[in-house]
Design a protein around this ligand. Structure first.
Ligand SMILES: CC(C)(COP(=O)(O)OP(=O)(O)OC[C@H]1O[C@@H](n2cnc3c(N)ncnc32)[C@H](O)[C@@H]1OP(=O)(O)O)[C@@H](O)C(=O)NCCC(=O)NCCS
Length: 166
């Protein structure tokens, strides 16, 4: 995970939308995310035409969900700046709330009411079983199973996940 900027310089409150800017034709994580953004924007407008547009993006979401074998619900509450570097097998329950500038690796499950406050980086294969809240600038180790709240700035690893001893 060191290849990704884990430092507190990444804001936990101000969304960095550039993280979601599509980089090229093959960018499944960002394209999956774009379908959710566009769907929600169209739904918000509540006109007949916007409803048609929403249907298009729902179809697009279905396509990228199939490609990535991920289930990120169209109505999930996701703040800006989410990164999905290897978007496969990611499952996010519709009750989850994801704060700004989080990062979610492959095979991660956010089950039930999981709240990520902001700039939470979730390692590959981690399972977070709600209801649970992760504070700001939290790191979850690969394959951890998080069952309890994690306070700001903590790194948790293992099953069940516990803070790394400093
Ligand atoms: C949790 C993590 C961020 C910690 O990184 P770090 O701060 O550099 O911590 P260290 O490597 O110094 O490890 C600290 C301790 O936690 C343990 N640890 C680290 N990661 C662990 C993990 N995923 N599961 C269990 N224990 C882990 C180490 O063995 C070490 O234990 P010790 O103090 O008893 O020796 C990192 O190990 C991790 O899991 N990153 C996820 C990476 C990932 O998913 N990458 C996908 C790329 S495709």
């Amino acid at each position: 995970m060191n290849a990704v900027d884990f430092s507190a310089a990444v804001s936990a409150t101000e969304a960095d939308w550039d993280r979601e800017r599509i980089r090229g034709f093959w960018d499944p994580g960002r394209k999956l995310l774009r379908s959710i953004r566009k769907y929600q924007a169209a739904k918000h407008r509540e006109t007949a035409f916007a409803n048609l547009i929403a249907r298009y993006w729902a179809l697009n979401h279905w396509f990228w969900s199939l490609v990535t074998q991920s289930e990120i619900h169209l109505n999930c509450s996701i703040a800006g700046g989410l990164l999905l570097p290897h978007p496969t097998g990611i499952i996010i329950h519709p009750a989850c709330e994801i704060g700004p500038n989080c990062l979610i690796f492959h095979q991660v499950t956010l089950a039930g009411a999981v709240k990520l406050d902001g700039h939470c980086d979730i390692g590959a294969g981690a399972k977070i079983l709600g209801p649970v809240r992760l504070g700001r600038h939290v790191q979850v180790g690969a394959n951890a199973v998080v069952l309890q709240d994690v306070t700001d700035g903590n790194i948790v690893v293992g099953i069940p996940a516990r803070p790394v001893s400093s």
